[in-house]
Write a protein that binds this ligand. Structure first.
Ligand code: ADP
Length: 172
């Protein structure tokens, strides 16, 4: 089941929430800052351990940590691509983010997962294009597994909410 809501993702009680992180895993602005602020230092500590072990996280990849003080169980940190006019494989990399987060959720037996609109803030990925990739990739993965019961797209701004609302209406 796919749902869309307009909210702050730090408030969502899902098994896993996704963070639109950066390759350093050390926190940043936007949703990343909000998750670290609300989740507390346990998240950053685990991020630093991952960083020490594997040197951060590559674009399109994902790693998992505790959710600290958040109502979720896990935070899955993924690094979206910075939009470069479509010249740097951004569409494939964004699809990889969604796919890898879902795979990690399945591995951790998370049945509900909430995604922010990865790359559509500071990383400037065109919102409609990003939403289509997000929806298509999630549908594709849900078609191959019954490990995940609910995917929630958490839209923060009105524009993204309207785009997802329209996409959801178009589903068969
Ligand atoms: P990126 O660097 O991947 O673009 P941003 O955090 O700048 O990451 O933005 C990604 C999306 O997250 C944007 O659509 C932004 O509106 C949204 N966002 C920002 N804060 C929150 C929040 N607290 N909860 C959910 N979404 C948020």
């Amino acid at each position: 089941m796919i749902e869309i809501i307009q909210d702050d993702i730090t408030k969502i009680k899902a098994d896993a929430i996704v963070n639109a992180a950066n390759t350093s895993l050390l926190g940043g602005g936007g949703v990343d800052g909000a998750i670290h602020r609300a989740g507390g230092k346990a998240i950053l500590e685990e991020c630093m351990n991952i960083r020490a072990a594997q040197g951060g996280c590559e674009v399109g990849e994902a790693v998992v940590t505790t959710a600290g003080n958040l109502p979720a169980k896990y935070v899955i940190h993924t690094v979206g691509p910075v939009w470069n006019n479509g010249k740097s494989n951004e569409e494939q990399l964004l699809a990889s983010c969604y796919r890898n987060c879902l795979m990690l959720a399945i591995v951790h037996k998370a049945k509900t997962i909430a995604f922010p609109n990865i790359s559509t803030g500071i990383y400037r990925f065109p919102k409609k294009k990003a939403a289509k990739i997000a929806m298509d990739t999630v549908l594709e993965v849900l078609g191959t597994t019954n490990g995940i019961q609910r995917v929630i797209f958490v839209c923060f701004d009105d524009e993204n909410y309207d785009i997802y609302d329209e996409l959801l209406d178009q589903l068969p």
